[in-house]
Design a binder for this molecule. Structure first.
Ligand code: PEP
Length: 249
């Protein structure tokens, strides 16, 4: 399991046309020059996967998808399977992002099925969990996130490479972040839930933090206990900003 180095993954969400491939090229060049101590990945929209795979080929930046269908093929108009992502050059996939849980009603069981599909296709899943503001204010953050971990991680996962990303919903795209104490508290709870669900073999899997990670707060977040990397949205769109986060790891 790849756990000793941090993973900094960029989630481009529904941003990026052909012209944005120049940012991937700039990141690849900068990573080649600076040889960061962490793993670096970009997760573009599905339409860019194949071309970004060519852009990143031979360099130090890994490539991921943002979601996949749980089935390999079938009558699922508009969907992309894990095998298709892998075929287009991806090696990772984000699953269970809160935007998909909220906008598409994805449940923990749906996400566990997608994780199994990703593993079967040889992809490394990044499984997202996180509480809403309402849940945090009700004192339910740890319980909510622990239940999401228990429900979203399928049996046998700990034998494969995977990561969990703790992303408080209220911190995504808002500029708000939890305190470092809050991050440490939830990451410890996520670790405990992972070990309870999968056993001690799940201990090495990294737990990423996500939610308004920027160049100016990355170093302190990445130095917090049990933070094994970052999932970065807005600040991953420009290579210059993303590289500052990479270099803070
Ligand atoms: C995300 O998309 O997972 C995310 C954390 O976004 P942002 O960094 O923009 O808050």
């Amino acid at each position: 399991m790849k756990q000793s180095v941090k993973l900094i993954a960029g989630n481009w969400k529904m941003h990026g046309l052909s012209s944005a491939l120049s940012e991937a090229q700039a990141l690849k060049d900068a990573v080649a020059a600076s040889q960061p101590a962490c793993r670096v990945a970009l997760c573009p929209p599905a339409t860019l996967t194949d071309r970004m795979s060519r852009t990143l080929s031979g360099g130090g930046v890994e490539l991921g998808g943002q979601d996949c269908h749980e089935k390999v093929t079938g009558a699922f108009t508009g969907s992309v399977s894990a095998e298709m992502l892998a075929d287009a050059g991806a090696t990772l996939v984000i699953l269970g992002h809160s935007e998909r849980r909220a906008a598409y009603g994805e449940t923990d069981a749906d996400i566990a099925a997608k994780v199994e599909a990703a593993i079967a296709a040889g992809l490394e899943p990044i499984i997202c969990v996180g509480e809403t503001l309402e849940q945090r204010e009700a004192g339910e953050a740890v319980a909510v996130v622990s239940a999401q971990v228990a429900g979203s991680l399928p049996d046998g996962l700990s034998e494969r490479d995977f990561a969990v990303a703790y992303e408080p919903v209220w911190a995504i795209g808002t500029g708000l972040t939890p305190t470092l104490e809050q991050i440490a508290e939830v990451h410890a709870a996520v670790r405990a839930a992972m070990v309870k669900r999968l056993g001690e073999t799940a201990r090495p899997a990294p737990i990423l933090y996500g939610g308004s990670v920027k160049p100016d707060n990355a170093a302190e977040i990445l130095a917090t206990a049990e933070v094994g990397g970052a999932l970065v949205g807005g600040a991953s769109l420009k290579a210059e900003d993303f590289l500052k986060i990479v270099n803070a790891a």
